[in-house]
Write a protein that binds this ligand. Structure first.
Ligand SMILES: C[S@@+](CC[C@H](N)C(=O)[O-])C[C@H]1O[C@@H](n2cnc3c(N)ncnc32)[C@H](O)[C@@H]1O
Length: 235
């Protein structure tokens, strides 16, 4: 996989701009909108996974200041090199790391205000683990935004959808909601870039959501969430 992305690095900027042109996408505006979802402050601590050649990174660094912090990872050294050239001299302190997103992240838990990834989630060997690691290194209340290609259900039978999936099988991927960790709160799924890329956006909570287990339900059945659940285990 790293080999593939290394060889793609040199022409990636041209290829991406070309692809989005064929989709009638104003890439600059769309990426600004994506970055706006991150709600960056000048002092935000940000992790971008799979930053590639830095097409979003260069927009992020404009919103971060010297009091912020940026960690950039990618499986491909060639991608990181191009990204570094783009953001060299920016005010935010940044570090780059060659890293496979399906492996444990080399950061302490609760380090980042924002964890962001766009463009390869569908191909991660272990999406569930990768997302659990994003949550582990994010602060409680921190923001996670991840995204990749997917022709949505309602467009799969259209000529538009079929043409896209025939031209590039990556568009056949479905949104990996089964990989979203239990700590996710206020989850939103956005369809962007002419509806053929998704973003999953959420805030990080602690553990599972909770219900009030002390309240007894009115009516004949009665019981609480807990007692009804425990009853169900006996059946
Ligand atoms: C389609 S590009 C997207 C790059 C950039 N985020 C963008 O939006 O233009 C996918 C990027 O993810 C990287 N990548 C692919 N698999 C990865 C993995 N398992 N772990 C980390 N990065 C990965 C690739 O090297 C490439 O730079």
């Amino acid at each position: 996989m790293a080999e593939y992305w290394n060889s793609a690095a040199e022409t990636y900027d041209f290829d991406m701009a070309f692809l989005l042109k064929t989709l009638f996408v104003d890439e600059d505006a769309e990426r600004e909108n994506i970055i706006s979802l991150l709600q960056l402050r000048s002092d935000s601590k940000v992790l971008e996974i799979g930053c590639g050649t830095g097409r979003d990174t260069e927009k992020m660094v404009k919103r971060l200041g010297k009091e912020g912090l940026l960690r950039l990872t990618d499986i491909s050294p060639n991608m990181l090199k191009i990204c570094e050239e783009k953001i060299f001299g920016c005010s935010v302190p940044f570090e780059m790391l060659i890293h496979d997103a399906s492996a444990p992240l080399p950061f302490d838990q609760r380090t980042f205000d924002v964890v962001f990834h766009f463009g390869a989630l569908n191909e991660f060997k272990d999406k569930k683990f990768a997302m659990s690691e994003m949550v582990r290194v994010a602060k409680v209340g921190g923001k996670i935004v991840v995204g990749d290609e997917s022709v949505p259900e309602w467009l799969r039978e259209t000529e538009f959808g079929k043409m896209l999936m025939a031209a590039n099988p990556r568009f056949k991927a479905t949104v990996p909601l089964d990989a979203v960790p239990k700590e996710a709160r206020d989850v939103k799924v956005h369809y962007i870039m002419n509806s053929v890329y998704y973003l999953i956006e959420f805030r990080v909570g602690e553990g599972e959501p909770k219900v009030d287990e002390t309240i007894t339900f009115p009516g004949r059945r009665g019981g609480t969430y807990r007692s009804r659940y425990e009853e169900s285990l006996k059946r």
